[in-house]
Design a protein. Sequence first.
Length: 254
Amino acid sequence: MGRVHKRKNKQLSQEEIEEMELFLNRNNVEEEKVFQTISVHIKCKTENQKKLVNSIKQNEITICSGLPGSGKTFLSCGEALKLIKSRPKYKRIVLVKSITTLKGEEIGHLPGDLVEKMAPIMESFTDNIRKLIGRSRMEKLIELGVIEIVPIAFARGRSIDNSIILIDEAQNISMDNIRTLMTRIGDNSKMVIMGDVRQKDIRNKKDSSLEIVLEKFQGVEGFGCVQLRNPDDVVRNPIIKKIEDVFEGIDKKL
């Protein structure tokens, strides 16, 4: 048998150490380059918006119901980006949304890979992130895995550590599924659950979880429950207030 040659311990040169660190942290280097070009500026226009932002900062889990155009998704995306940029313990933003909004469609029937299949569904997130940091930076963060898109079914069995988890359209998520999602939160993570209790597309509206979790987690330590339901909270287009007023009257007559 041939002799086995044991290599003597050799001290790495500074150049070799730097090359190894660069190899091991190549994504971190690219991430840092992207974040150096990102500056996130958000301004709360109402008291309830301030409550939402403060809740995200202060609590592990924030639950929010808001009118259309009240800025709940925009503010949540903005705070998530600010936390990722400024706090090293947060490594990524995980975006979760019910696919109920595609009525009559199965995600498997859509063309493309997972990101492409989910793209139409995730517009509420990606539109806002694009407004905050631009398309190219957003796409780069997705490519690097800093922004991760996760269908509800893919969240099962995971413990999501070191992340800001944003869950939208929670009014279309069942109690079983919201429980699954809430218990995915891992170490050094925050979660924001948002939606509008009056815009339920879920087949059985009694299965909707948002109203229930808003009520049941009110006052529980580590949780913040916020509602943006004042007409003044609608900051997108003033006509939305008029639309909501008319439909509110219709609902009362039904």
